[in-house]
Write a protein that binds this ligand. Sequence first.
Ligand code: G
Ligand code: G
Ligand code: MN
Ligand code: NA
Length: 252
Amino acid sequence: LEIATDLQRALHENQFAVEYQPVVDLATSRVTAVEALVRWWRGSTFVPPEQFLGAAEDTGIIVPLSEWILREACREVAAWRASSWDIGLSLNLSARQITAPRFVESVSEALAESGLPASALTLEVIEEMLVEDADDTITKLSELRALGVRLAIDDFGTGYASLAFLRQLPVDMIKIDPSFVSGLGRDETLTLLTRTIVRLGHDLGLIVVAEGIERPEQLELLREMGCTRGQGYLVARPMTARSVDSLMRTTL
Ligand code: G
Ligand code: G
Ligand code: MN
Ligand code: NA
């Protein structure tokens, strides 16, 4: 309950911020997108998302918080695109956010207000979100996809039914979980599984993103496998909007 009050106050007092982690095209090394990641600075103390997202979900504060993140990120990415930087935005969805009554409207409103084209927005979901309220979730995500929004499966390969998920939901992208990428070049099975996921994604016509790239060897192997995009500390860390501004100026 104390955390509920704290989260509510944090939202009213603008203690939340959005950071952005660049995602690069592995063939060209160009930044093609940024993933929005919520940050909570409680006074001068940083509270990691793992420590408050659960409580935000349980208390329902995730709904207004996610709406704020959505609007903020759409606005900032639209501004970067207006400077003729052709990048997309990836957003992590929460289960409760999708179930909320005005979810589809809030996404289309954020797009309209910011001027961000629907095709520049990718919504990331994890398989667990299809466990409860699966029909409602699939319906809403399909509605958004019909508007041109792209869908991604985050943490791909770790759920209990990764392949069934691909049948239930029309997706555009899979993001290979870092637990596979971490073993690239060090563990034969993980290397083979990563190669297999890349091939599977391509055979299904999907964009394949590798997450958690930390070592040059991983980057080399992913390039050799033909993986589409990469993300991780070696490529770029999550950064403030101001740092993305500087990155844009050196990129353009
Ligand atoms: O920011 P970090 O990389 O530490 O993220 C930790 C976890 O929090 C990840 O699972 C990520 O998907 C999740 N997360 C980060 N930002 C958001 C957000 O804006 N909304 C939701 N629902 N989850 C987020
Ligand atoms: O679950 P999701 O994929 O949304 O999680 C994103 C989280 O992964 C963010 O919290 C981000 O800070 C973190 N992250 C991004 N790149 C790396 C990396 O190379 N290594 C590790 N350990 N974490 C990373
Ligand atoms: Mn993600
Ligand atoms: Na992930």
